[in-house]
Design a protein around this ligand. Sequence first.
Ligand SMILES: NC(=O)C1=CN([C@@H]2O[C@H](COP(=O)(O)OP(=O)(O)OC[C@H]3O[C@@H](n4cnc5c(N)ncnc54)[C@H](O)[C@@H]3O)[C@@H](O)[C@H]2O)C=CC1
Ligand SMILES: N[C@@H](CC=O)C(=O)O
Ligand code: NA
Length: 442
Amino acid sequence: MIEYRNLRIALLGGGSVGASVASLLLEHGEELANRVGAGLELIGVAVRDLDAPRTPAIPRELLTTDAESLILGADIVIELMGGLEPARTLILQAINSGADVITANKALLATHGPELFEAAEQVGAQLYYEAAVGGAIPIIRPLRDSLAGDRVARILGIVNGTTNFILDLMDREGASLESALATATALGYAEADPTADIGGYDAAQKVAILASLAFHTTVPLESVYREGITEITRDEVESARKAGYVVKLLAICERLTDAETGVDGVSARVYPALIPISHPLAAVHGANNAVFVEAEAAGDLMFYGAGAGGRETASAVLGDLVSAARRHVIGGPGVAESTHANLPVLPIASVTTRYQITLQVIDQPGVLATIASMFSDHGVSVEAVTQSVTSVESGADGPRATATLVIGTHAASEAALAATVAAVDESPVVSAVVSVLRVEGL
Ligand SMILES: NC(=O)C1=CN([C@@H]2O[C@H](COP(=O)(O)OP(=O)(O)OC[C@H]3O[C@@H](n4cnc5c(N)ncnc54)[C@H](O)[C@@H]3O)[C@@H](O)[C@H]2O)C=CC1
Ligand SMILES: N[C@@H](CC=O)C(=O)O
Ligand code: NA
């Protein structure tokens, strides 16, 4: 066995991801040491509760509740606690004490990324975060390094495993959102507060990180447009499938020029949308993620794999650990972020999308024409209309027939669409606006 000097690794957090990182590091330590050219000694794991059950188990002698002291003795600190504080303060302490840092904390990076990157740059420390987006999927390094010589035009991704797992169970098994979320939580996919997942906040944090890297600019979290999946119903998922679509929570960022103002910038947004069953993103099942990158010279690239899960995410963390440890061995400057482009982030109003609107209407002659004219009055061009399920309901003036109209539009602005839906909703021939969903990937 080769004898190496040891690099001292401190782990902050021993939950779903942290426990797997500790276990894999202890299990594969010798192999990793040979890859790095230095021993990787896990000196401790900071947790909140020493007695909490952990899977896999962490040797008791490694556990501590004193994160600050642990950091002081470390060459490399791995932060897997999550949340903004004390994670931010501890990472800054680690950087300022001369340690390199690895984190999976997208909430922290999307909120305080510039501060952390600057602190690292000032002291020549490395800050790695491959696990923060797309779990096990290599996507940070490809955007930061492999595609650094190209121009990225657009990224379309499924970046939240929990919501993809939920929507997939709703689609394939008719599960309810609540029961599917409970399963995702039990499997370790969901955030400590799952509102982050189902509300689209986690995906918004990830798209802010992706957009910043892809467009070499800073995309603040608050400028990301966000809708979650909490309003999505089983009926919507079922009728989408019948119409040849699946519902996915999409994270999109792109270079965009506002058609009205001519302002050139970027758009970053998260919303549930319909995508055609034939689209590769429709085949992303369970907690898997997929990120499509459209680059000027490279063309279309797709990154696919496990987007959540303790062991899977630990793989990305350990990849970062090997990279950080290698630099300790060979020396040289750390990785740097190139976020100097200063591009404006355009509001959702600058975006044009296709829509599918489902209406419950009174089934009588002339209704279709009335509704079609409301769309054209607001400058929204209708691409296709299907009428289905005629039923008879009892009204004040006796029984009346109702029909379901599904209207697909050509690309329309958010503003034009909102005005159309408001007008349609007011119309006496419309009994309900059942759903309004964007259509992507056509
Ligand atoms: N679970 C997943 O599939 C993925 C998680 N992530 C990210 O990885 C990070 C960790 O996530 P999980 O392991 O799922 O979280 P978790 O909630 O299972 O574990 C958090 C751990 O941190 C410890 N901790 C929290 N606050 C602490 C404090 N103030 N002092 C000491 N210890 C503290 C807890 O005791 C626990 O051991 C988060 O930033 C999460 O967003 C990223 C990709 C996938
Ligand atoms: N809660 C997140 C975990 C990974 O980032 C998800 O479901 O994707
Ligand atoms: Na990743």
